[in-house]
Ligand binder design. Structure first.
Ligand SMILES: *Cc1c(COP(=O)(O)O)cnc(C)c1O
Length: 374
């Protein structure tokens, strides 16, 4: 079975370095806010070309800390996408604000910027775009909207480490950019982890306080904070992968382009659109498939994993059902019922790419042997 992601293959590649780093951390007996955390924050800030990076316990916490440090709170509205992982909206709720969902574009799967302005009210404080599947949002246009209306932008970059638009990395357009090191993300650790980047020194300071029990000085607590720190072991692992992230992302792009070339023109299947002005890092490779359930089953029979990211848009999730009952977001609803993601990871071999695309072609053709594209 070709899996959605193959972390074992990646580990085999970096095993020696990780094992060495692991014994160093254990020998140092410094497990929380130690030298690896400090180094990782400096290295991420340098890689993304942003002044400050503050690590924390998860991508969800990164969003929470950023919203809290930006002063978003009860009574505020935050405009975001319904086609994302639940954490995006959870974080808005944690600070007591209300997520306002705006529909997406069918081609990019990202927020439809043409509909953002009509969702702005007196209460809107911030816009929270998600660079979904690694595709950067048109941030110049979003910045124009935010500036015109005096709003902050907080970016959800959980799937877009290393993606850029107009040569600026995602995470560096808004007042804060929030990353996740969940193991399956394109830059992941071997447990939970997250990080916020910001150009604002005061926000960075505020987040350092919030992540560590509201404390600037040990046992002096200024505000109610959280226990949300990245640990040394995770920081060491993410550092090892950060060194290789450019290569990892380049290989993801190669896999995606090979898929799109081999699947071009297949009836009932739309390959993902790639913004020619953006650098997409393909955290996921997501098709729209007319007859999705049947194709998914046929892929399974052929030994190829596939997955639905995401089957239910947030305004239709049980937790939000009542509150958003009157909200209709037809593009997100339609995309959610036809999206199908294929296996994508840097270690995927050319033979596996061929096997995946042959299986898709054969599945779409109702089991007929695929014509070899070579
Ligand atoms: C994974 C993810 C998150 C949350 O990250 P965690 O580290 O799992 O808390 C938030 N937003 C999006 C879009 C994600 O994909």
């Amino acid at each position: 079975m070709i899996p959605m992601v193959d972390l074992k293959a990646q580990y085999a590649d970096i095993r020696e370095e990780i094992e060495q780093g692991f014994s160093q951390v254990l020998d140092s007996a410094q497990f929380i806010l130690g030298p690896n955390v400090q180094a990782l924050e400096a290295e991420v800030a340098e890689y993304l070309c942003v002044p400050h990076a503050v690590s924390c316990a998860s991508g969800t916490d990164a969003l929470h800390l950023a919203l809290a440090a930006a002063g978003v709170g009860p009574g505020d509205e935050v405009i975001t996408t319904p086609f994302t992982f639940i954490a995006t909206a959870e974080a808005i709720r944690y600070v007591g604000a209300k997520p306002v969902f705006v529909d997406i574009e069918a081609h990019s799967y990202n927020l439809d910027l043409g509909q953002v302005e009509s969702a702005i009210t007196e209460r809107t404080r911030a816009i929270l775009p998600v660079h979904l599947f690694g595709q950067p949002v048109d941030m110049r246009e979003l910045q124009r909207i935010a500036t015109d209306h005096g709003l902050m932008i907080i970016e959800d970059c959980a799937q877009s480490f290393g993606a850029s638009r107009d040569d600026i990395m995602t995470g560096c357009f808004g007042i804060a950019g929030c990353f996740s090191f969940f193991p399956s993300k394109n830059l992941g650790g071997y447990g939970d982890g997250g990080l916020v980047v910001t150009g604002s020194q005061s926000m960075a300071e505020e987040m350092r306080v919030l992540r560590n029990h509201g404390s600037r000085e040990r046992y002096h607590h200024h505000v109610i904070g959280y226990n949300s720190r990245l640990d040394e072991v995770q920081a060491m692992i993410v550092r090892a992968k950060l060194k290789r992230i450019t290569g990892y992302n380049d290989r993801r792009r190669k896999v995606a382009h090979a898929y799109s070339e081999r699947l071009a023109g297949l009836p009932g299947v739309r390959t993902p659109w790639e913004d020619p002005e953006g650098h997409h890092v393909y955290h996921q490779y997501t098709l729209l498939v007319e007859d999705r359930d049947r194709v998914m089953e046929a892929l399974k029979q052929a030994g190829v994993s596939s997955a639905i990211y995401y089957p239910i848009p947030l305004h239709r999730q049980e937790v939000f059902l009542e509150e958003y009952a009157g909200v209709s977001l037809p593009v997100a609803e339609d995309v959610a019922s036809h999206c199908l993601s294929l296996p994508i990871y840097p270690e995927l071999t050319d033979e596996q790419i061929e096997a995946v695309t042959d299986a898709v072609i054969s599945a779409v053709n109702g089991g007929e042997v695929a014509v070899d594209a070579d």
